[in-house]
Design a protein around this ligand. Structure first.
Ligand SMILES: Cc1cc2nc3c(=O)[nH]c(=O)nc-3n(C[C@H](O)[C@H](O)[C@H](O)COP(=O)(O)OP(=O)(O)OC[C@H]3O[C@@H](n4cnc5c(N)ncnc54)[C@H](O)[C@@H]3O)c2cc1C
Length: 408
């Protein structure tokens, strides 16, 4: 009987299996439903795999997880981004940091990560079986497990690590549900907003480096991008992640407030306009440049046009009413969101096994000894930037290590 059967051959399953083996667990099998393992790693980060984020303070790291959040501080104290970097380095993979903190293999190729994980699994004699989806699982009186597979086999295991990924797929839910774990319903996170508004027409590709967007009680600051269907970019993705459950309840129909200038207040924006008026009265208002740092001339022109400013109008002739309208369009623009779109095929779901049902030191179920969880099956999700994989490495590692401790 294997000491450990890992269900799911993704990042969390592989890392859990390897961590268990490196800590001394002997007989390990990974059962993967699909024809290939690590398929999400392959397509991740646009084929480059954003492995983790260069954030080395567990407390700060936990703030990037709308679901997980403070509960992850303990797990990150045990395995955080620096441990991930060291592990990959030890296994021959050098990571580099981009300006925004995202970390990728220096090869810019996700195959490097796949090779490191599959090589480590091979070195540790971990058996990997593809086309071997788990169709049912039963806990036995002696504390072991009986697993039925799509290949019509029954496999026994002393410990189980469930790493089946996001629960919008029925197969991913089977092991947890069969073992009487309730699951929070799957809800999309990390999406962009559909907006049909003349203020954005023909501006696709225009972006600002620092905008603040607000959706109800959720707000986020960061780059904002106009697309042909609405708004995207890190600020939108962040607010979609934090507001995932609330926005789903609204069926993705809500008012989005945008401050194109980020943390700049309407008063500070007014001062910028006043200064422009007094210093450059004879200049045309939108012909050459935008007075606000980071705002492109095209966007500035559109916001001016919306306020009724004409192409020939000079700063000296800017009326009070136009100033008020410009400030409103710049700092407090309101857009009606009509739905959501997927961000570059990257979909993450929140939902899954509630963290209150799991011991966060070991990732062991609180209801069923010998049953462990790791990765996206847990109700944990991060914003974009390498945080979702970091959660997979952390929870996989803790589970693997705890399974080894249990064996000894
Ligand atoms: C396009 C895309 C790009 C992404 N890019 C990034 C990125 O660059 N950085 C980042 O941090 N995150 C990224 N993410 C998110 C990241 O991929 C996931 O958070 C991560 O893969 C979760 O790992 P996991 O092992 O928990 O689940 P998965 O990778 O989904 O693996 C679960 C595995 O379990 C298998 N399985 C399911 N049910 C069963 C069953 N009953 N029996 C056997 N096997 C089963 C599935 O077939 C699958 O192979 C991206 C996601 C997508 C979709």
């Amino acid at each position: 009987m294997p000491d450990l059967v890992v269900i799911g051959g993704g990042a969390a399953g592989f890392f859990g299996a390897i961590s268990a083996a490196e800590a001394g667990v002997k007989e390990i099998v990974i059962l993967e439903k699909g024809p290939e393992v690590l398929t999400k790693v392959r397509i991740s980060g646009g084929g480059r795999c954003n492995v983790t984020h260069s954030c080395f303070d567990p407390r700060e790291l936990s703030t990037y997880y709308p679901r997980g959040n403070r509960s992850l501080m303990g797990p990150f104290h045990r395995w955080q981004a620096s441990d991930t970097i060291a592990w990959f380095e030890h296994h021959g993979v050098e990571l580099k940091t981009e300006a925004d903190g995202r970390m990728f293999p220096t090869t810019d190729d996700s195959q490097t990560i796949i090779d490191a994980l599959t090589q480590a699994a091979y070195t540790q004699d971990i058996r990997v079986r593809t086309h071997c989806g788990v169709t049912a699982i039963r806990a036995q009186d002696d504390g072991s497990f009986e697993i039925d597979t799509a290949t019509h086999e029954t496999i026994h295991a002393k410990n189980i690590l469930v790493a089946t990924g996001g629960t919008r797929i029925k197969h991913a839910r089977i092991p947890a549900e069969n073992l009487e774990h309730s699951l929070l319903p799957p809800t999309p996170s990390l999406f962009t907003f559909k907006i049909d508004d003349p203020r954005l027409t023909d501006l696709q590709g225009v972006s600002v480096p620092q905008a603040t967007v607000k959706a109800g009680k959720h707000s986020a600051t960061g780059p904002l991008l106009i697309t042909h269907w609405g708004l995207s970019g890190p600020a939108v993705l962040k607010v979609s992640a934090w507001g995932a459950r609330d926005l789903a309840e609204l069926d993705y129909q809500f008012t989005l407030q945008v401050n194109w200038l980020g943390d700049t207040t309407p008063e500070q924006a007014r001062e910028i306009l006043t200064k422009e008026r007094s210093q450059n009265g004879a200049r045309k208002i939108y012909n050459k440049y935008s007075p606000f740092p980071g705002m492109t001339r095209r966007l500035w022109q559109r916001l001016c046009e919306e306020a009724g400013v004409t192409s020939e109008q000079t700063w000296a002739n800017l009326t009070k009413d136009q100033t008020r309208k410009i400030l409103e369009n710049v700092s407090q623009a309101r857009f009606q969101v009509l739905g959501k779109s997927i961000n570059k095929d990257e979909f993450v779901t929140c939902g899954g096994v509630p963290l209150k049902d799991v011991n966060l030191k070991t990732m062991q179920s609180k209801h069923q000894p010998g049953l462990f969880f790791a990765g996206e099956i847990l109700d944990i999700d991060g914003i974009t930037g390498g945080f979702n994989f970091q959660a997979a490495w952390t929870t996989g590692h803790l589970a693997g290590k705890a399974i080894a401790d249990r064996q000894i």
